[in-house]
Design a protein around this ligand. Structure first.
Ligand SMILES: C[S@@+](CC[C@H](N)C(=O)[O-])C[C@H]1O[C@@H](n2cnc3c(N)ncnc32)[C@H](O)[C@@H]1O
Length: 244
């Protein structure tokens, strides 16, 4: 059962209540906090491109990439429908080589947790660093181990009128910090399944990977606030800078 295969065509419906506009606003707030004002942006693991669309409408020049061909197909079709000049690629964050550099990069909605080894985390952060101009920034969020311990992935929507019904069941191993989530969906009488696997990268692992990749500073926030992360933060945003 692949992840981000069958779900791609239904992803935006499933995410209909996700406050992507607020997320884009929070991204811009974090940029402002650091005195950053990039024009060219790389959306790392862009999925169906909703954040890329919002930022493009706000005047940024955005390129997005994702491992899933199906997600990129959706993103491209939406960009054409909305006449938005976004460039999309199918690529793996661990081996990315687009042959160009950007003033900023971002990755949202726990995409980096889908990279389930420490080596992969280090490779993906190094790939992003190679795609940044001097003075460039990488702003990303991750789910924390606390989120997995608190069974955040055990969710369901079985309401009679739900346009897409789902039941998700997560199994978390605190030793490996890996969660395996079985996802069952039903839409218009059709059922499909995906299995999603995420790793809770520790704060030390993330900071070490950033340092090894050449980032010179890193600030972490309890997501969607300007507060430092807490013990019970389920999501953390990192702001990392390449020296100018
Ligand atoms: C939860 S989705 C988030 C998508 C998008 N960022 C959003 O905010 O809607 C996670 C995405 O990460 C992508 N992904 C997972 N591993 C990846 C990798 N190694 N390289 C690039 N994309 C990856 C998946 O295909 C999926 O589209």
């Amino acid at each position: 059962m692949p992840s981000f295969g069958p779900i791609a065509a239904h992803y935006d419906l499933l995410m209909a209540n996700v406050p992507y506009d607020m997320w884009a606003g929070y991204y811009r707030l974090l940029l402002t906090q650091q005195g950053l004002d990039p024009d060219t942006l790389l959306d790392v693991a862009c999925g169906t491109g909703t954040v890329a669309e919002i930022l493009t409408e706000q005047g940024y020049q955005v390129t997005g990439f994702d491992l899933s061909e199906a997600m990129i197909a959706e993103a491209k079709a939406k960009a054409v429908r909305q006449d938005l000049p976004i460039t999309y690629h199918v690529a793996d964050a661990c081996t990315l080589d687009l042959g160009e550099k950007f003033e900023g990069a971002y990755s949202f909605f726990d995409s980096l947790n889908y990279i389930t080894t420490l080596e992969g985390l280090q490779q993906s952060i190094a790939s992003v660093a190679r795609h940044l101009e001097p003075g460039g920034s990488f702003i990303f969020d991750v789910n924390t181990a606390y989120a997995f311990e608190a069974q955040m992935f055990n969710q369901e929507d079985q309401r009679k009128r739900a346009l897409i019904k789902y039941v998700w069941t997560g199994e978390y191993n605190p030793e490996t910090r890996i969660i395996r989530v079985e996802m069952n969906f039903e839409r218009n009488g059709e059922t499909f399944q995906e299995v999603h696997v995420q790793r809770a990268h520790s704060d030390d692992e993330i900071r070490d990977a950033l340092r090894m990749a050449g980032f010179s500073s890193c600030v972490a926030y309890d997501s969607y606030t300007l507060d430092r992360p807490r013990k019970r933060s389920d999501r953390v945003h990192y702001v990392a800078l390449i020296p100018g």
